[in-house]
Design a protein around this ligand. Structure first.
Ligand code: CTP
Length: 399
């Protein structure tokens, strides 16, 4: 892969963007930088992914760029989009310019080809509805039909039309997310419309809702806690009933910044079983969530355990990431025991193997497991250190 060029593209340097436009023009396609990339460029923030819109064939442009950059691409014919994948999960998304109509509130839109202008009018907020022309004839020209630049300067999140939230209730999450991430205010009429839509959120498919929760989890630590607080204040999470009540913002705030998955698991662990089971949660995340749901019984049981071996036997049946989250977010005395388990006990290994037991003349069978478990217990409790001591321990027990 051409890493240097990819890096320049993600940093949106003028020469890299000019190159993009030239390549697209050779494919008889007009190309625009759209969405968050322009917003972030103006705000002087680093953009995460590059979003491009093309008036022409997305497949042609993507396959040409894929060759030029020596990186794979995926074409989603049904959605008229393509994605080029780069290092460290970075990506360039390209979409054919389109008009969208919503058959029902919360449903996915029906899509038809349209001009860049119409494409901008179908978007969520004015600050996300600008395009930068990459075309050689008018390179660098900003297309801003809804005064996104003015709102960027005023630091406002504003919808383009009054049906925006009801067409797509995920925009409730998006509005709060941008406002809290960027330190923007939700414009007053937009806020009224947002509040009028919160009861439609339950209509979103579990997949779309889960995607929004993942996006929130990936925000910086303090922003994502503020987002949850604000969503709660706006009743945007009331479709979950009372389930979230015991979850404090302080507890969420203790998850370190770079732990998006941990944040999501802690959040999900407060959902009702019925609701959580509808979300497309990965197996590993589900195991963490299950351990987090048992935080109270786990801590209660730990209170009665004191030897390293009993603590280890009990905690080894639980998910380690879940335990780490409990130790990070709870003030219970048991957290010390969890930390000891994670940092010390779980790393203790015995030196004796099944082969060693055979050599000692013990015939193989289920008792091997019991002997090795006893050895580990003794080692955890500080009774044994060397392999020789282990051998003597076995001989004594088995004679
Ligand atoms: N968009 C929209 N409505 C949505 C989702 C996306 O109008 N429900 C449009 C917006 O113009 C947005 C663009 O698609 O800017 C790209 O979407 P996305 O990548 O989700 O957002 P970004 O603006 O790139 O923001 P982020 O920095 O969070 O990636």
């Amino acid at each position: 892969m051409n890493k240097k060029r990819w890096g320049l593209l993600l940093r949106s340097t003028p020469s890299a963007l000019r190159w993009l436009g030239k390549i697209a023009a050779e494919e008889k396609t007009a190309l625009y930088l759209v969405g968050g990339a322009i917003r972030d460029m103006v705000l002087g923030k680093r953009t995460r992914d590059l979003d491009l819109a093309c008036e022409g064939s997305v497949k042609k442009v993507a396959s040409r760029l894929s060759k030029e950059l020596s990186t794979p691409f995926t074409h989603y014919q049904q959605f008229m989009t393509a994605t080029l994948e780069g290092p460290e999960e970075s990506r360039i998304d390209i979409a054919e310019t389109r008009r969208e109509t919503y058959p029902a509130p919360g449903a996915l839109p029906e899509v038809e080809k349209a001009s860049i202008m119409e494409d901008l009018y179908r978007r969520d907020f004015t600050v996300n509805a600008m395009a930068l022309s990459l075309n050689p004839r008018d390179f660098g020209e900003i297309i801003d039909p809804t005064e996104g630049m003015v709102d960027l300067r005023k630091r406002l999140i504003r919808v383009l039309h009054e049906k925006s939230f009801s067409d797509d209730p995920t925009r409730v999450f998006r509005a709060v997310r941008y406002a809290e991430r960027l330190g923007f205010r939700i414009e007053s009429r937009t806020l009224v419309q947002l509040k009028g839509t919160v009861e439609m959120i339950h209509r979103l498919s579990p997949e779309r809702l889960f995607y929004e929760l993942q996006c929130i989890s990936r925000e910086a630590g303090d922003a994502r806690v503020r987002i949850i607080k604000k969503l709660r204040r706006l009743n945007a999470l009331s479709f979950l009933g009372e389930a979230l009540k015991p979850l404090s913002a302080a507890r969420l705030g203790r998850i370190p910044d770079d732990q998006a998955c941990e944040f999501l698991c802690l959040f999900l662990s407060h959902f009702t079983d019925e609701y959580a089971s509808r979300l497309p949660v990965k197996k590993a995340c589900l195991e963490t969530t299950n351990t987090l749901r048992k935080v109270n019984p786990v801590l209660a049981k730990l209170a009665g355990l004191s030897s390293p071996s009993s603590i280890t036997r009990f905690l080894s049946t639980h998910d380690k990431r879940g335990l780490r989250i409990i130790s990070q977010t709870s003030d219970s005395k048991g957290c010390r025991k969890i930390k000891d388990y994670l940092e010390i006990y779980s790393k203790v290994r015995i030196k004796t193997t099944g082969d060693d037991l055979k050599k000692m003349g013990i015939s193989p069978g289920p008792r091997y497991r019991r002997i090795l478990d006893d050895l580990l217990d003794a080692k955890l409790n500080g009774v044994l250190e060397t392999k020789r001591q282990e051998t003597e321990f076995v001989k004594k027990k088995e004679n």
